[in-house]
Design a protein around this ligand. Structure first.
Ligand code: SAM
Length: 175
């Protein structure tokens, strides 16, 4: 199972970006997200998406102490991956991570990430060595882990599902 840890969520500046991190996490196969900070509007938005489009198991937990999440994750046998432009290219390491076949905590930052996370993660991984975005970095990491399979995820508890169309929109209401 994969969970995401979103560091240092600042209400005003990060509200849309953190919401997008959570939406990408859910849509592309993570089981939940830990958010450093608190934001009831974000919670409402994601709960509404879950209610309509499914994935009720997807957990959202606001945390005050993200280092504790990292420590507990590692001591329970999971691996911690920190996504950073300064890290090792993902292609050099992805197979090793997949082979470990254990639960993964993926850390994404917002502004500057404290040095502690670089030293207390099992892997510091770069999705290319250029600065871009936590949303893009997370999406590509999940895509590499699931080898594209995440695009076919079905949520069995979805109230709404899309029937793909060449043009226009078709949505089915599931009973
Ligand atoms: N300048 C910040 C720093 O030095 O840590 C990073 C800011 S960036 C907008 C926010 C987050 O996006 C980073 O903490 C990282 O998780 C992710 N990110 C951005 N570019 C990345 C890359 N090339 N590879 C992996 N993650 C990246």
């Amino acid at each position: 199972d994969i969970y995401v840890l979103r560091l240092h969520h600042r209400l005003e500046r990060d509200k849309r970006v953190t919401t997008h991190v959570a939406l990408v996490a859910r849509a592309f196969g993570a089981k939940g997200i830990f958010i450093h900070g608190e934001d009831m509007n974000l919670l409402k938005t994601i709960e509404k998406v879950k209610a309509n489009w499914g994935g009720k198991y997807f957990s959202i937990e606001f945390v005050k102490n993200p280092k504790k999440v990292v420590r507990e994750w590692r001591s329970s046998g999971g691996i911690v991956v920190h996504l950073t432009m300064y890290g090792i290219p993902i292609d050099n390491i992805i197979e090793k991570i997949i082979e470990k076949n254990t639960k993964i905590l993926v850390i994404v930052g917002s502004e500057k990430v404290e040095g502690w996370y670089y030293y207390n993660s099992d892997y510091n991984i770069a999705i290319g060595n250029q600065p871009h975005s936590e949303v893009a970095a997370l999406a590509i990491f999940l895509d590499r882990i699931y080898k594209g399979g995440e695009l076919n995820i079905q949520f069995s508890d979805a109230k709404l599902s899309i029937i793909p169309q060449e043009r226009g929109k078709k949505v089915r209401k599931n009973e």
